[in-house]
Design a protein around this ligand. Structure first.
Ligand code: ACO
Length: 323
């Protein structure tokens, strides 16, 4: 069997930080409350004159430099994002142009916080067709643009960032399986309503409150824990694995309490559910590649890694990876 192996990984996090004490000055919250309820101490915020494509370009340049890759080898560039630079063209086209790639198959996918897992599975499928040999999968979001800085129910959670993996064919291992699902009836619990064709940005209500991310935090929390653990069980069951076979769990970084609850539901031994939420918060489609990127030293060749995500849609899933 031919697998899609990750042969390079890169990341970019903006330099500007927004700490809990910064938020204390803006709204009625406290460092103690935020840390206890979310595990987050600070997030990174992209400069106002930059956009999602700029972070993705830097993440790709980081990968290319560390793994000595020639960007002109790329056959396909898939970008998971909910915060494209603009409605049209795709951010993938903008990224390709900024990298000097004028002949690459490039497009965006939006599955919110599950976007990276969706794009990873599509990228792996392209490799498995044997028609593509070098596929870049990016997860990048400039979500701070859509967060109301005065809304304490969301401003504590989100930050900006970009991560990327390079996929190539391998007979040794790579993406072994993926279970991805969505249920659009959950869309009222987590969304950004304004700026699309339903509520265009020039409409008064879109400019007022519909431009910001809204959520019912408790409902999202409950569904996130249930759906991520269920997806992991589905993948383990159909591959004849138990949690003891999984070396690392890389969950979407939404809230440390969600990560811990998924870990408890799966009964994964302490320390094997990776987390980097403390200093980055929820970077939407970028959380999983950034978490792997920052924990790379721990993951050894041959390790089985379970990736799992949940996000707006609702959309969710899990992927099994042999490193
Ligand atoms: N600071 C201080 N107090 C606060 C804050 C805050 N930032 N936010 C809420 N409170 C208050 C509430 O008003 C409430 O007060 P009350 O008891 O007097 O009414 C109390 O704290 C408890 O509020 P809850 O909303 O019940 O707090 P909860 O424990 O549910 O935590 C949170 C809220 C952190 C948002 C949590 O529900 C959560 O993380 N949910 C998941 C959200 C998420 O991950 N979304 C994105 C995932 S998917 C994606 O990434 C696209």
């Amino acid at each position: 069997r031919l697998y899609a192996a990750i042969t390079g990984i890169g990341g970019y996090i903006p330099a500007n930080t927004r700490s809990n004490s910064d938020l204390e000055k803006i709204c009625d919250t406290s460092d103690e409350w935020i840390v206890k309820r979310t595990g987050i101490k600070e997030r990174r915020i992209l400069e106002e004159d930059l956009a999602t494509s700029d972070m993705a370009v830097r993440a790709i340049e980081d990968l290319a430099a560390k793994y000595n890759k020639n960007l002109h080898d790329i056959d396909a560039l898939l970008v998971a994002t909910s915060t494209p630079d603009m409605p049209m063209p795709a951010t993938a086209n903008i990224i390709a142009d900024k990298l000097g790639l004028d002949n690459v198959w490039a497009f965006d996918m939006n599955a919110a916080c599950s976007g990276f897992l969706y794009a990873l599975d599509l990228g792996a499928s392209l490799i498995e067709t044997r028609r593509y040999k070098n596929v870049l999968v990016v997860g990048a979001d400039n979500i701070s643009t859509y967060v109301d800085i005065h809304d304490r129910s969301t401003n504590i959670l989100f930050g900006d960032g970009a991560g990327v993996v390079w996929l190539e064919p391998s007979t040794e291992g790579g993406i072994m399986d993926a279970y991805l699902r969505s249920n659009g009836s959950g869309r009222s619990f987590l969304n950004i309503e304004g700026g699309g064709s339903l509520y265009p940005m020039d409409a008064e209500d879109a400019m007022a409150d519909k431009r910001f991310l809204k959520q019912d935090g408790k409902t999202v929390f409950k569904h996130a824990v249930q759906s991520m653990s269920d997806a992991c069980f589905q993948v383990m069951d159909r591959n004849g694995l138990t949690i003891n076979d999984i070396n690392w769990l890389v969950p979407h970084q939404a809230n440390q309490r969600i990560i811990d609850a998924v870990g408890r539901a799966l009964d994964i031994p302490e320390g094997r559910a990776l987390s980097n939420i403390e200093y980055l918060g929820n970077t939407i489609a970028a959380t999983i590649p950034l978490c792997i990127w920052q924990n790379l030293k721990q993951i050894k060749t041959g390790d089985l890694v379970m990736l799992t995500a949940f996000g707006a849609g609702f959309s969710w899933g899990a992927s099994l990876f042999k490193w």
